[in-house]
Design a protein around this ligand. Sequence first.
Ligand code: NAD
Length: 477
Amino acid sequence: MEKTNWIGGRPTGSPIFEPNVNPAKLDEVIGHYAWATVEQAAEALAAAREALPGWAASNPQTRSDILRRVGDELHARAEELGALLTREEGKTLREGIGEIRRSAQIFHYASGEPLRNGGECLPGLRDGTTTMVTREPVGVVSLITPWNFPMAVPAWKTAYALAFGNTVVLKPSEATPGCAWELADILHRAGLPAGVFNLVMGDGRTLGPVLVDGADAVSFTGSPPVGRAILERTVARMTKVQLELGGKNPLVVLDDADLDLAADIALQGAFHSAGQRCTATSRIIATRRIHDAFVERLVTRIRAMRVGDPLDAGTDMGPVVNQPQLDKDLRYIAIARDDGAELACGGQRLDANGYFLEPTLFIGTDNTMRINRDEVFGPVASVIPADDLDHAIAIANDSEHALSSGVVTQGLVAAETFRRRSRAGLVMVNAPTAGIDYHVPFGGRSPSGYGGREQGSAAVEFFTEGKTAYINHGVTA
Ligand code: NAD
């Protein structure tokens, strides 16, 4: 089965088709996906540029209706598309279906934005004048997305970009083109005019520079080094840019925490989706008095996790996404041991016909160790002991990342102190660091995030430009 790019409303082949392989069954090819050439990336940008005036001026009801239909179809096909997502990315079927449903909700929510995109009308300060502040589309936007949320990240960028009248070129991760292809197909069948949405799949290093240089705005989610390279290109051209990058997210467990709740929260945050979430818990900071009792509960839960085929209903954790990610996870497990961390459980690769790794926990670590500095992006977490709340907050904030953080406590004062003093863009109280709502802003502080937040009330900032008009109508009465 060959899947093409979408350029100017047409399925467009390529000299190169690459296999999309199931990380849980390495002999299973899901399909062959076209890798666009740099010329095709330029064609996609040109198609988006040509379609821009019509879409920017389109009736808000038209945009709303199309986005709603996309949400409807995602909802209706959640189980089928969830299985595809699971087969190409490796998260469990429950998580895969959940991600498709979430993507449907995002389209439904964004379908209201064309109708809500108002402005301000203020009296002018000169007699007989009025001022109006309105918002307009930014233009052609390039959306560059990672593999770990292969439907949700393309969905939350695309839905808002289109809602506000922009035209789009989407470049999904080469590791997970399947969901993005389905989204492109659904968008076209929902009635999107030709060229409004274009899909180019393939190698980010060759396509990325073309897509970045040719767009009016770039929204990127992915790794910090690639984000930095994109930032440098966009700064040179003064192009609007939004970056959602890595995390090294701390979860603080205090003396007064409900330890069963804390262990459940840590397990979910660190190991669901095989730890491959930018908001995953990777540093668990436990106060000394409860440290051992908490670790015991967490290790019991980790050992009970069933690792296996993510399509099986009984599976708690599937494989990691691919060989480079598995290699990185194993490398960091070795680094942690070399640096003196104690392995509490896990650490081994399982079943060679898939990229399966045991959920892994280190104890006896400190915040200077590489396992606690660098983003691993796998099912690997570590515990750092702390003296008290102040010490725990200092450790939590001592990081090059500032995406998500959490605290488990029954104390209102401790919870509020943590909420105020945490440097992260997202703060969770008695909840996992990962797992977000779609109707509120999302993102981290620099250098985990740059250029404004995504989703909810924040999306309008990035996907529109403001215009202030002064109207001298001469009417004073
Ligand atoms: P990645 O940076 O390797 O790739 C992301 C995308 O960038 C892919 O589509 C890739 O093809 C493209 N790309 C690669 N080189 C490029 C270049 N030179 N110019 C332009 N585009 C290029 O990231 P990944 O491995 O797919 O995803 C994992 C990373 O994503 C982790 O660091 C994770 O924390 C981060 N992430 C962040 C968030 C967030 O919202 N903060 C969400 C999900 C994932």
